[in-house]
Design a protein around this ligand. Structure first.
Ligand SMILES: Cc1cc2nc3c(=O)[nH]c(=O)nc-3n(C[C@H](O)[C@H](O)[C@H](O)COP(=O)(O)OP(=O)(O)OC[C@H]3O[C@@H](n4cnc5c(N)ncnc54)[C@H](O)[C@@H]3O)c2cc1C
Length: 454
């Protein structure tokens, strides 16, 4: 298939980008690995579930209706269940390589003059003793079960970690009938107060969640952390403890909370694999973009969480600006983004930076890790093995990987990379994965048939 612009990712950023570019006459293909559009924020219940009131599980449903109806009414070509594993630069643009359907074995290519990366982010979870027990899920995973599968992960839950995602997860679970034993947030509220001016715009949202927590009588423990999850073959409870001003556990504050579910998360990390393969410059762990959301590779734009974690409203604004810019460059005109989107982006970036500064996970989290705590779940590498590798002189994630296999499994270090960097006392670095998805060897062989092969 050949088109003008491929937008990869149909979350808020990709939807806004596709609609903006299409409204300006660009032929757009919107590609997503999921079975439905919407991304993480507007995750829809599986069609077969026959959900009567899906809006009950969502915020900003009107915005979703506008995006959904705009897509249905317009000419954007929507390609769901397309798992993009690589984007290749060609002489006349780009080739997007994807694998089809849940099996991800049948290859397909989309050729385009320009590419817009709206691949979002994924959850960041730091390890702690017991975190691999059944019953421990990620905060976003619990939310995804609720929004996408209309199921709850258990009867009595603790929601824990750091960052704003914990609030909708706790209120969402409570509204769905789960007894939320506690919301355990490691952030010190004083840090949020110090960023009050930048966070002023987030107050109504925060107040809504606070009212939800009050309504469902959810106890909130700030400056607390989960130090251990308990259970033999599944979760039966967690130990939580208070943190001091330096982020260390305060002795004598540990207490046990019985629960069958722990929904835990420590913020989000951006998906940058496709951008990295294309050679786009990163700024830390995020894709670097200019004021028009252009990367430094001509013909490649990026928007949403891939360029920095900031929430759905920021993703929408960035997507719109990127779509307008891509259209303008394809047609040789001047970009014409809505002034409201530019204003919203500036304001929301300020609040995202403030939240990021205030909501960092506790600095001394590696101290809670016993030597038998699994750090790399795919290869079952423990904290003890990682420490041994560090004692042998491994100074970074890559050397630890070579010595222990940590990060060599199915997730390619997406889950354990930051934990290993933390154990090594270093800031995480981009992983430089050549493929964004596992690719069957047969598919690769068909890409480059050898001469003389039948
Ligand atoms: C699990 C989870 C749950 C969340 N729940 C909430 C919530 O309840 N409330 C809240 O305020 N925020 C939530 N967030 C944060 C929220 O998702 C974002 O703020 C917002 O959705 C960002 O929009 P986006 O368009 O940048 O990315 P996303 O919405 O993440 O969309 C990215 C899209 O790109 C697709 N994609 C990525 N890589 C590929 C690839 N290689 N090939 C094909 N498709 C690809 C994904 O399938 C996805 O649909 C959640 C995040 C996560 C990860």
């Amino acid at each position: 298939m050949r088109t003008d612009l491929v937008v990869i990712g149909a979350g808020p950023a990709g939807l806004a980008a596709a609609l903006a570019a299409s409204a300006r006459g660009v032929r757009v293909a919107l590609v997503d690995a999921a079975a439905q559009t919407g991304g993480q924020f507007y995750r829809q219940p599986a069609a077969g579930l026959g959900a009567g009131r899906p809006e009950a599980l969502h915020h900003q449903w009107r915005t979703w209706e506008r995006l959904r109806d705009g897509l249905a009414a317009g000419p954007v070509r929507v390609l769901t269940e397309h798992h993009v594993w690589c984007v290749e630069r060609t002489s006349d643009g780009f080739t997007v390589h994807a694998l089809l359907g849940p099996e991800q074995e049948e290859p397909v290519e989309v050729h385009a003059h320009a590419v817009l990366l709206a691949t979002g982010g994924y959850e960041h979870v730091l390890p702690f003793p017991g975190w691999t027990l059944p019953g421990v899920v990620t905060a976003g995973g619990a939310q995804a079960m609720l929004k996408g599968g209309l199921v709850v992960p258990g009867h009595r839950a603790v929601v824990a970690g750091s960052g704003p995602l914990l609030l909708p997860v706790a209120t969402g679970l409570a509204a769905a009938g789960v007894e939320v034993a506690a919301l355990v947030e490691s952030t010190d509220p004083g840090r949020l107060a110090r960023h009050a001016p930048a966070l002023a715009g987030k107050l109504p949202e925060g107040a809504g969640h606070a009212a939800g927590l009050l309504r469902h009588r959810v106890p909130v423990l700030t400056r607390h952390t989960v130090v251990r999850a308990h259970g033999d073959d599944r979760l039966t409870g967690v130990t939580v403890a208070a943190l001091d001003a330096d982020g260390r556990v305060r002795p004598g504050t540990a207490r046990h909370l019985p629960c069958d579910t722990l929904a835990v998360g420590h913020g989000m990390l951006p998906h940058t694999d496709l951008a990295e393969t294309l050679g786009c410059r990163l700024d830390g762990l995020t894709v670097a973009v200019d004021t028009e959301q252009r990367t430094d590779v001509p013909g490649v734009w990026a928007a949403g969480e891939a360029t920095g974690i900031g929430g759905a409203a920021l993703a929408l604004a960035e997507g719109h600006i990127a779509g307008c810019s891509a259209a303008a460059h394809l047609y040789g005109t001047a970009p014409d983004p809505a002034p409201a989107a530019l204003k919203a982006r500036a304001k929301l970036r300020r609040s995202a930076a403030a939240l990021d500064a205030a909501c960092a996970p506790p600095v001394h989290w590696p101290e809670h890790l016993t030597d038998d705590t699994v750090v790399c779940r795919c290869e079952e590498v423990t904290a003890g093995s990682v420490r041994e590798a560090l004692d042998l002189g491994a100074g970074d994630e890559r050397t630890v990987k070579l010595l222990t296999r940590a990060g060599m499994g199915w997730c390619q270090g997406r889950m354990c990379g930051t934990a290993i960097a933390g154990l090594a006392g270093r800031a995480p670095t981009p992983a430089k994965r050549p493929f964004a998805r596992p690719v069957p060897l047969g598919v690769l062989a068909r890409q480059h048939p050898q001469e003389g092969q039948s």
